[in-house]
Design a protein. Structure first.
Length: 313
């Protein structure tokens, strides 16, 4: 059980980050579905820190976030004077204002061979390129998925190009800070090889949950904590979006944002390929209806609240 907690919640990597920054008050933010492991994670992290001279670090568990569990809850963390937030689970990567954040994305089970087979099946059905986008809890398996698909691809006659989205970051500095996060070392071993720091050229990505940045050489997209590039000669409609994960709000965000694209979903629990997203089109039609209704309104009320997310207000 302890070994599983250490691996799934990346206890050694988290402890290394906290020791390197000499933080003494740390907030652990859990979504509802991970809250059952909060006590075990807290104990394991304190034990790991104490084993290497970090026994003076105080760890606090947070739940019931001020806005949404995908956002770093700076408001809640400020109540206990935290110097840093360790955020667990799905993250939208919205920027923080005052506190640094360290993201532990989790590791949901994924049958890599079954997923690669679904990708191969998808590539055989059309001439479009494939863009692989995923729930962040599957990011750790991306290297294995690439290798497995390449092996299957070599033994089958498929010409489709496959592009993989990358995780945006796993360490975030607050927008009010100019500290350089690049001093923190890259993770190694079998963990997901993602950037551990926010680079300056992606800071503009973080002001919104979906952004697009164009240049003469590439078009950059960012949505839901992942980012990818396509060439200026291509459009998103030229790609089949291959989503790995559940039919959840993150998937709905993909479908509603790229509603002109062909989208398929690999269900990682059932190991099935699904092409039916008609139920989400109802949500899109309702959104259009509400937009038109708002245009006809004579009086519009604006509700202002504290999201605890940098640059939004």
């Amino acid at each position: 059980m302890e070994a599983d907690i250490g691996s799934r919640y990346e206890i050694p990597r988290t402890a290394e980050f906290l020791r390197a920054r000499a933080y003494t008050r740390v907030a652990l933010q859990f979504p509802d579905e991970m809250l059952k492991d909060a006590a075990a994670v807290s104990r394991a992290l304190r034990r790991e820190l104490a084993s290497s001279g970090g026994g003076g670090v105080r760890v606090f568990v947070m739940a019931d976030t001020a806005y949404n569990s995908c956002c770093v809850d700076e408001v809640g963390a400020s109540h206990i004077d935290a110097q840093c937030v360790v955020h667990y689970g799905h993250a939208c990567m919205s920027p923080t204002s005052n506190l640094p954040a360290f993201f532990v994305l989790g590791k949901a089970p994924l049958d890599v061979h079954a997923c690669a087979s679904s990708m191969l099946e998808c590539s055989r059905k059309g001439n479009k390129h494939i863009l692989v986008v995923y729930g962040l809890e599957y990011a750790y398996a991306l290297d294995d998925l690439r290798r497995t698909f390449e092996e299957l691809h070599k033994s089958n006659s498929c010409n489709s190009e496959v592009k993989y989205a990358d995780v945006l970051c796993s360490v975030m500095s607050p927008s009010s800070s100019t500290a350089d996060e690049n001093d923190y070392p890259q993770s190694s071993g079998n963990s997901c090889h993602v950037d551990l720091s926010i680079k300056s050229d992606v800071s503009t990505f973080l002001s919104n949950r979906f952004t697009m940045e164009c240049s003469s050489s590439t078009h950059k997209y960012s949505l839901g904590g992942v980012t990818w590039n396509i060439s200026p000669q291509e459009k998103m409609e030229d790609y089949i979006i291959f989503w790995i994960g559940q039919d959840n709000p993150a998937f709905a965000n993909i479908v509603l944002t790229f509603n002109k694209c062909e989208i398929v979903r690999h269900d990682a629990i059932k190991n099935q390929l699904s092409t039916d997203v008609s139920h989400l089109m109802k949500v899109l039609r309702r959104r259009y209806y509400l937009v038109e209704k708002a245009k006809d309104a004579n009086i519009i009320g604006i509700l202002v609240g504290t999201l605890g997310v940098g640059t939004l207000f």
